[in-house]
Design a protein around this ligand. Structure first.
Ligand code: KIV
Ligand code: ZN
Length: 507
């Protein structure tokens, strides 16, 4: 059996410190329920002395967690902080006090204004006080990543002797290279007396984009707890992303001699939940949970994924609750992807028909970033309309605006290949276009209905127009047309209705 790596989630404490990400107690409870469902080992629920809201959240989360996970409250190495945290954690079945202080030269000199001896004394006092309230005390050596290593060894050893069950080695400023941070952990394991009786935890930040690499290198060197947040939420560039660490350990468990107990199928849901509650968007290309994490856009990749998913995916999207791989249809998509999606929509074509469809698809794709299913349906329907047409639209040009008179120039070709052009003016550009069509087609009719709807999403959506025209004999004909330009789709719809009317009359 590989080593169990405990997942300590601090979304509700360090994550919430991220500018603009604050949550109220109700919201924190929703996130906490999801963390429990995912099977995290520890929830850092807040910093009880910092506000009545944080105190309440820690108490409420302690109540709902029961014995499913440890609930932790943060403190400074200050008596009052520890007493208040102990009070908030009274509801928890498995309480942990997380106490500590800065240990780097800059923190000791500029922030705490303490000597190393004073810091060690303070650490011992804080851990001992916390142990009076709870059996599980975690000591953090803030900014350990920039500390003098001999001093780090000294203060960690003192904290363990004072009763710390877990020692947290944070790279608070995300300064380290992974190998240097790993070496610090290995050195602590070698030199700290009693370290084998404590859990080594790591808490890394993403200032150089290396938070996950730092955590994994620490695991490789003996850490057995990782502190992280959903979506990597946290101060400045954020904390280690829970989903990244969990999946990296899952993918490379054998070489790391490690596993976690996280229910990975809950990762995508957790990400969306935290993003919607905090309003902090997840970048589309974010590992594991970004909108594009399993989306394939280029023709070569789409072809590969359609043949075998693992040509371009190392994770099965279902394993993280992300549904399936996505084939994004765009101007870069090839025949294989379009044929595949059309097949899924129930359309089959001969090779010749398909080539035609592919050309229409490229025309739409050139105008739009992404081509949706509704666009594909429109392309197919538009093609059916054109293939049965008596008159085809070659060109439409309008000029309108204030104080211009709306005018339209229309060019149509009939089945015999003859081309006609006419101009007209009207009450608006569509009315002008319809009048120009009437001049060429010359068939009596009455336009009784006109409606327009966007068939796809976004500002570049295709607009589908539906019209009803009534012939002289009272028969009603429906026409439809779609295009990114509403004047063009309106003209196509009108022509489609007239084509049907004329075909009927010819029959
Ligand atoms: O980044 C850090 O060092 C922290 C500590 C309070 C654990 O968040
Ligand atoms: Zn932190």
């Amino acid at each position: 059996m590989t080593r169990k790596i405990a997942i300590f989630d601090t979304t509700l404490r360090d994550g919430e410190q991220s500018p603009g990400a604050s949550m109220n107690t109700e919201e924190k409870l929703i996130v906490a329920r999801q963390l429990i469902r995912m099977n995290v080992d520890v929830i850092e629920a807040g910093f009880p002395i910092s506000s009545p809201g944080d105190f309440k959240s820690v108490a409420e989360i302690g109540r709902i967690a029961g014995d499913r996970c440890t609930v932790c409250g943060l403190t400074r190495a200050v008596d009052k902080d520890i007493e208040v945290a102990a009070e908030a954690l009274k509801t928890a079945k498995r309480p942990r006090i997380h106490t500590g202080l800065g240990v780097s030269p800059s923190h000791l000199r500029d922030k705490l204004r303490m000597t190393e001896d004073e810091a060690v004394e303070r650490a011992i006092h804080a851990v001992k006080l916390a142990r009076n309230f709870v059996d599980d005390v975690e000591f953090y050596a803030e900014d350990a990543g920039r500390a003098d290593q001999d001093f780090l060894v000294r203060i960690i050893e003192a904290a363990i002797k004072a009763g710390a069950t877990v020692v947290n080695i944070p790279d608070t400023t995300g300064y380290n290279m992974p190998w240097a941070f790993g070496a610090r952990i290995a050195d602590l394991r070698e030199r700290v007396d009693g370290i084998e009786d404590a859990t080594i935890s790591v808490h890394t930040h993403n200032d150089l984009g290396m938070a996950t690499a730092l955590a994994i290198e620490a695991v490789r060197n003996g850490a057995t707890q990782v502190e992280c947040t959903i979506n990597g939420l946290g101060e400045r560039a954020g904390n280690t992303a829970l989903e990244e660490v969990v999946m990296a350990i899952r993918m490379h468990g054998a070489e790391l001699d490690a596993h976690t107990d996280i229910v990975t199928k809950e990762l995508t849901h957790a990400s969306k939940l935290v993003s919607s509650i905090t309003g902090m968007q997840v970048q589309a290309n974010k590992a594991i949970v970004g909108a594009n994490a399993f989306a394939h856009s280029s023709g070569i990749h789409q072809d590969g994924v359609l043949k075998a998913r693992d040509t371009y995916e190392i994770i099965d999207p279902a394993d993280v609750g992300a549904g399936g791989s996505q084939i994004i249809l765009s101007a870069r998509s090839g025949h294989a992807a379009l044929r595949h999606r059309m097949g899924e929509l129930g359309f089959t074509f001969s090779d010749e028909e398909f080539e035609d469809i592919y050309q229409s698809f490229l025309e739409v794709a050139d105008k739009k970033k992404e081509v949706y299913d509704e666009d594909l349906e429109s392309i197919v329907h538009e093609r059916e309309r054109v293939s049965t047409a008596v008159w085809n639209l070659d060109a439409v040009q309008v000029s309108c605006g204030f104080p211009l008179t709306p005018t339209a120039t229309i060019t149509l070709t009939n089945m015999g290949g003859e081309t006609f052009t006419e101009c007209a003016y009207g009450t608006g550009p569509i009315d002008a276009a319809y009048k120009a069509v009437d001049k060429i087609v010359a068939v009596a009719n009455d336009l009784s209905e006109f409606s327009v709807k966007a068939v796809t999403r976004g500002i570049d959506a295709l607009g589908e127009v539906t019209v009803r025209v009534t012939a002289g004999n009272g028969e009603v004909y429906i026409g439809r047309g779609s295009d990114g330009d509403i004047i063009v789709s309106s003209t196509k719809a009108y022509l489609n209705a007239l084509n049907r009317l004329i075909s009927d009359q010819q029959k």
